[in-house]
Design a protein around this ligand. Sequence first.
Ligand SMILES: *[C@@H]1O[C@H](CO)[C@@H](O)[C@H](O)[C@H]1NC(C)=O
Ligand SMILES: *[C@@H]1O[C@H](CO)[C@@H](O)[C@H](O)[C@H]1NC(C)=O
Ligand SMILES: *[C@@H]1O[C@H](CO)[C@@H](O)[C@H](O)[C@H]1NC(C)=O
Ligand SMILES: *[C@@H]1O[C@H](CO)[C@@H](O)[C@H](O)[C@H]1NC(C)=O
Ligand SMILES: *[C@@H]1O[C@H](CO)[C@@H](O)[C@H](O)[C@H]1NC(C)=O
Ligand SMILES: *[C@@H]1O[C@H](CO)[C@@H](O)[C@H](O)[C@H]1NC(C)=O
Length: 321
Amino acid sequence: MRLHTLGSICLLATLALGHKAISPGLAKRNADLSGRCASGVAQFNKRRYERRSTASLEPRSANSTFQIVTEAPYYDVLQNDTCVLVPDVTAGPYYWPRSETLRQDMTEDQPGVPLILDVGVIDMATCEPLPNALVAFWHCNATGSYASFTGRDPNTPFVQLLEQLNITDFEIGKTDLHTDDTTFLRGMWPTNDEGILEMKTVFPGFYVERTIHIHTQVFTDWVLHTNGTVKTGETNSIGQLYFNEDVSGQLMALEPYVGHTEINRTTNDVDTIYSQGFENGYNPVIDIVPLDGKDVRNGVIGYITMGIDTENIAPLSSGGM
Ligand SMILES: *[C@@H]1O[C@H](CO)[C@@H](O)[C@H](O)[C@H]1NC(C)=O
Ligand SMILES: *[C@@H]1O[C@H](CO)[C@@H](O)[C@H](O)[C@H]1NC(C)=O
Ligand SMILES: *[C@@H]1O[C@H](CO)[C@@H](O)[C@H](O)[C@H]1NC(C)=O
Ligand SMILES: *[C@@H]1O[C@H](CO)[C@@H](O)[C@H](O)[C@H]1NC(C)=O
Ligand SMILES: *[C@@H]1O[C@H](CO)[C@@H](O)[C@H](O)[C@H]1NC(C)=O
Ligand SMILES: *[C@@H]1O[C@H](CO)[C@@H](O)[C@H](O)[C@H]1NC(C)=O
């Protein structure tokens, strides 16, 4: 048993990093693109910032008793580095496109702090906003469970879970671990003419061995059929988005997150997939602004700009969580 456990740890490292370590060539390409588009991203973010602060927005709170302070600037200093080149980051074992519904509110009945994602997509080939890109999101609920996998214990290390299931040939996108057809906290929506979309959800909780994150996948090649089904092309960009520890710490102290005591939360500094983002020259941390202009515990807006390398789109990655 002891030996088994040691073996498991090694396998986990392989799963998490393994053959998916990004090549030095690709890392350099990403860093170069990121640098080249810094000015384009800065301008894009400035327009979004101005749009928010000129109050052309309808009341947008989950809880209508909160008023949005639209006059106040959301950023003290304009951010120009929130550029994610969604490259070869793992899709994770809870990748399940079948449960991703086309909608702008993927909360369903899940409790938690309201989170409105304001997402900009940039075409790294031109450094211009990318309209009509379909962006999918999926993340765990306040106590670590993923929709469609609610029968899986979020507190059991993944390698142990596979052992329990006698699975030795796990492959993301191939091995079927789903337990049901629930769809909470999974959704997708296209960017508008300005390359922006909004998705409403709740702040994620955490599960074993991972820091708090949201998975995202961007399709530039997709069609909406008249019967409501979405068909996506083979190519896509994939990534994971994170939060700074200060915000996470404040929110995890609230119900219902604080009730998740079976495991200790893994933080950004020790999460291996998190550090890959920075090594690869992009910043996958969502900028958080309080929804009521005052207190993040009342709800938050999260800004992120994702850069898509449209000239070098990778196939779906595997491994890791
Ligand atoms: C981005 O921000 C950094 C730090 O504030 C600044 O040095 C740099 O010039 C900015 N780049 C652009 C393109 O605005
Ligand atoms: C909205 O916020 C008020 C004030 O904090 C609180 O009393 C109320 O329960 C909240 N309603 C919902 C639906 O969260
Ligand atoms: C998260 O989902 C699981 C599985 O459906 C459920 O048992 C749990 O109560 C949910 N967490 C919260 C805080 O509602
Ligand atoms: C896994 O294999 C063990 C030993 O052969 C068996 O006892 C157990 O029921 C199997 N578990 C599953 C989920 O198939
Ligand atoms: C929806 O329409 C597409 C294109 O006609 C078809 O391929 C697909 O099977 C349909 N899906 C359902 C659920 O009817
Ligand atoms: C969490 O960490 C603390 C301090 O290291 C430790 O005492 C405690 O047993 C841990 N709890 C769990 C559930 O692992």
